[in-house]
Design a protein. Structure first.
Length: 306
């Protein structure tokens, strides 16, 4: 039997069920169960994520259950996984990435360009907030916490003109028809790891590690590990607007990254490329490049106010 640990939101359960179905299909005699675990991020819903602080808000309690051997593996959204994992745990697999774009759901069906002046836009992410304000300084950004279905419901309840979400989550829920606009990367670069799932296991649990081998997607892993190296060098958390996206073409990896002030007025963005096998070095080099171009001053200012 394999026990999967997961958050209890509809999206988290959908993701865990996806992994469960593939394990059961691959191993016909294997029994797979889900264990719902409430995380700190699920319990604190009345405070913006940036103010909650700390790392691993949506994974810490699940990792603790792994270490106590109450579960055998955990399914996470990679964008929620801290760049440093607890000793004895590792990522046994990173799955093939869904569309990493951010999307707009607007109440009246308008695109970002068509929204009225001073439009109220809901998001829980400083990364999204900063980039949208960089695109249109007139937007009024509204803090929006809660699970995916809760945030969609609040679009009408709180008189918002639009909300920004991840395309991947909407696809996994079968809600693509609700999307008004896929936001180009030029306007909103995604969160590190956005669109990919991470399967976390105990390093010493050889049987579980072998069982999830078939879920590995090497192209996604190379890209996500480059993004995570970028984030790790910047020592970024959810208090800082940081974004990155790795893409592979013709056996070369191109990594684009940015650091922004919270109000979007100062945004440092650049990209680097190199051989696929050197993704983590590229991530560190890109972080160093942005730091030298002004990102260091932005980060110091944000952390001094935290």
């Amino acid at each position: 039997m394999l026990r999967i640990g997961t958050r209890g939101s509809k999206l988290a359960l959908e993701q865990a069920e996806w992994v469960k179905a593939r394990l059961e299909s691959r191993y016909s005699d294997l029994e797979v169960t889900l264990k719902k675990i409430k995380t700190t991020g699920d319990m604190i819903l009345d405070v913006p994520l940036a103010q909650v602080g700390g790392k691993g808000l949506f994974v810490k309690e699940i990792e603790e259950a792994l270490l106590r051997q109450e579960i055998d593996l955990a399914v996470h959204s990679m964008k929620d996984v801290p760049t440093f994992l607890p000793s004895d745990l590792h990522l046994g697999a990173v799955t093939e990435r869904e569309d990493p774009k951010d999307v707009l759901i607007s109440r009246g069906g308008q695109s970002l360009m068509e929204l009225r002046r001073g439009a109220r836009i809901g998001t829980s992410s400083l990364r999204r907030q900063a980039q949208l304000l960089h695109f249109r300084q007139d937007f009024e950004m509204v803090q929006l916490r809660g699970n995916l279905d809760t945030r969609i419901r609040k679009l009408a309840q709180e008189g918002l003109d639009g909300i920004i979400l991840a395309a991947a989550g909407l696809k996994r829920m079968g809600w693509l028809d609700r999307i008004t606009e896929y936001i180009p990367f030029e306007i909103s670069l995604p969160a590190v790891g956005q669109g990919a799932l991470g399967i976390e296991c105990r390093e010493a649990d050889e049987a579980t590690n072998r069982s999830v081998d078939f879920l590995k997607h090497e192209v996604t892993r190379q890209c996500v590990y480059a993004e995570r190296a970028f984030l790790r060098r910047l020592e970024g958390g959810c208090q800082v607007p940081i974004a990155a996206l790795g893409q592979i073409e013709n056996n070369r990896l191109r990594l684009e990254g940015l650091v922004s002030s919270v109000d979007g007025r100062r945004l440092i963005r650049d990209s680097l490329g190199g051989p696929v096998g050197e993704g983590e070095q590229i991530g560190v080099q890109l972080a160093e490049l942005l730091l030298s171009k002004g990102a260091e001053a932005i980060l110091k200012e944000i952390y001094s106010k935290a």
